[in-house]
Write a protein that binds this ligand. Structure first.
Ligand SMILES: Nc1ncnc2c1ncn2[C@@H]1O[C@H](COP(=O)(O)OP(=O)(O)OP(=O)(O)O)[C@@H](O)[C@H]1O
Ligand SMILES: [Mg+2]
Length: 171
């Protein structure tokens, strides 16, 4: 599987929990939600199981519902219906998608125009699964593109959500 942005993916954060708490009664049942959160934060050996990536995308959108509403973000999804399930670690994929969606939201933070987050899944001609998460935020300066794949690279004043002590970097 390939993603359009594979920045470091272990940025567990507390914002997801906050948005779960603020969720109204129209979403998934409470037991379902707590089960998802529990598995999201569980630190276990990677477990490969057959997963539906579209379902994971929808789960993360549901987890971030509070943030999405709070920051007036329009979500557009184009999820291909004919994707095969893939054998991957569900929690790692949740973490990757969560990080990429939060990155997108952070990038749109200062914007006054409409904030748009687009998530697409598709199968390319080589049979690979492609997931893209894109935003219309500030974008990545050209001089940063090499650094984005370095561990612990961050430009955010608050640094990494999981508490690494590295300083924000100018590219
Ligand atoms: N969608 C995006 N738009 C603009 N810049 C981005 C985007 N996604 C990532 N970046 C840049 O890449 C850097 C690294 O992202 P990464 O997810 O690895 O760490 P982080 O978001 O800074 O911290 P954490 O994920 O631990 O909260 C970000 O600090 C930001 O500068
Ligand atoms: Mg991040």
């Amino acid at each position: 599987m390939a993603t359009s942005n594979s920045a470091t993916n272990d940025g567990l954060n507390t914002r997801a929990c906050l948005s779960m708490r603020s969720r109204g009664g129209d979403g998934p049942r409470a037991s379902e939600i707590t089960g998802r959160i529990r598995s999201f934060f569980k630190k276990e050996e990677p477990q490969r199981e057959l997963v539906d990536v579209n379902e994971i995308v929808r789960e993360i959108i549901a987890l971030l519902h509070g943030e999405i509403v709070r920051y007036s973000i329009s979500i557009r999804t184009e999820l291909a219906s004919d994707l095969p399930n893939i054998r991957r670690d569900r929690v790692q994929l949740q973490q990757v998608f969560m990080n990429l969606m939060l990155n997108a939201m952070d990038a749109m933070n200062e914007m006054h125009d409409a904030r748009e987050l687009t998530i697409k899944s598709q199968r390319n001609p080589q049979g690979q699964l492609l997931i893209s998460i894109s935003d219309n935020g500030v974008g990545l300066p050209a001089q940063c593109t090499d650094k984005i794949f370095e561990s612990f690279f961050t430009t955010k004043p608050q640094g990494h959500r999981y508490g690494a002590v590295d300083q924000p970097t100018d590219c």
